[in-house]
Design a protein around this ligand. Sequence first.
Ligand code: FAD
Ligand code: SF4
Length: 495
Amino acid sequence: MSTPTGFMEYKRELPIDRDPAERVRDWQEFHKHMSSEQLRTQGARCMDCGTPFCHTGIELTGGTSGCPVNNLIPEWNNLIYRGLWREALDRLHKTNNFPEFTGRVCPAPCEGSCTVGLIGDPVTIKTIEHSIIEKGFEEGWVVPQPPKVRTGKRVAVVGSGPAGLACAAQLNKAGHKVTVFERADRIGGLLVYGIPTMKLEKHVVQRRVDIMEAEGVDFVTNTEIGKDVSAEQLVSDFDAVVLCGGATKARDVQMEGRELKGIHPAMDYLNGTIKSYLDSNLEDGNYISAKDKNVIVIGGGDTGSDCVATALRHGCKSVTQFGTHAKAPLERDIVNNPWPQFPNVYTLDYAHEEAKAIFGTDPRAFSVLTKNFVGDENGNIKELHTIQIERTVDETGRKIYKEIPGTEQVWQADLVLIAVGFEGPERTLIDQLGLEQDRWSNVKARYGKYVTNVDKVFAAGDMRRGQSLVVWAINEGREAAREVDKYLMGSSVLP
Ligand SMILES: Cc1cc2nc3c(=O)[nH]c(=O)nc-3n(C[C@H](O)[C@H](O)[C@H](O)COP(=O)(O)OP(=O)(O)OC[C@H]3O[C@@H](n4cnc5c(N)ncnc54)[C@H](O)[C@@H]3O)c2cc1C
Ligand code: SF4
């Protein structure tokens, strides 16, 4: 236990982020760090409640409660309080291969289920996680640890997102020779091409890839399995294959005017910018620019928010983000959204803070349904026509949208970004291997087992569960590695 009454003595503190009005002028991360003394005090707020819901990691009413990789949170809170950083790092690495990713981008469902949060503000768990791993890198404690013995077995991992990387790291630890195949030119999946640099700078991903390479993992980029190498070939060349190709098929909107110029899928917009930034500091111009444009983002989720933040950095004239959901309440609804569920409350995400700092208001428009697009005489997008809606859920859990007459509105736009979610994995590998799919079109493989209907072939991460979170992808990659190890060796020491 840290201090039995720490949660009563000390207030929750978070690192002060960079000034939103200043940080939109660059593409660097916006979080600042807390001092060791501040972190020690925050660690002392952990009450060692006995049943730490923070590290349970379960799905509760469609959201995540607790940490999906089951981080040993009360243990490292206590170690930080006692100044034992090295020991805290060892505890952290027991459950999480990449705390430097989750410590930056995880929505922290652990904090939503923290027991202190029942009666006050939860412990600052994510910040402590971030600080432990960064201290580990600063002190030179995070070094390659190649396996002492090799098994002679060869495993192919398709896709280098957090699921593929976690799976590869664990299988390599068990002594198998792992090759990760990635069709993009850089390793990292959505950690690189997806999540913007201001949330996760890409040298942080490369730093971990370099360690894995030094540990013996082989990375092959610019190689699409199913196209450059057939899926059947891969299965016959390796002792096992783990598919971690993500759920990258973007959903589109079908409505009048969709063909107009200036309407783009969010991922084309985000990834174009990231690639151009990494290749040439945006000097090659190979990206869709929002400069001096009125931008409308359709989609109220995190991808939409990342579009808002990117548009601000491009220097847009205005930006609005449409969501079909209603504005969340200021405080947790304790009847319909009780602890330890993830709290659905109104907050300003980093992008919304930035838009508010520049334009004076939250850029989100809630309960808005786009009806059609209208163009100018040259076929460019000019207007969006919308109506306010009321969203309810029927007894089967299906969402129902009721339009409210008289709430029609016209919005000016020069650039529209579609961020309405994803439809599941792409079909190439599924068709080539004859993989069964579940009812959401993800690759069918039971959670905890990861075996598909095809011998030697496993699936993990978004490709198996649909678009989710980095922390779930790490969880699945780790567990799939354990199952592959069992398949190859008859038993496994991997967790
Ligand atoms: C814009 C955006 C922002 C997000 N922000 C966050 C966030 O802040 N926090 C969070 O927790 N989650 C976030 N997510 C979700 C998170 O990034 C994903 O859940 C996670 O990356 C899934 O990991 P994965 O390894 O399963 O797949 P991915 O990260 O999607 O990686 C799959 C990889 O497989 C490769 N691939 C696919 N098919 C083939 C093939 N045939 N051959 C070779 N390679 C192939 C792809 O190129 C890709 O690199 C975000 C998602 C998006 C789209
Ligand atoms: S990985 Fe996410 S849920 Fe787990 S401790 Fe870190 S911030 Fe919390």
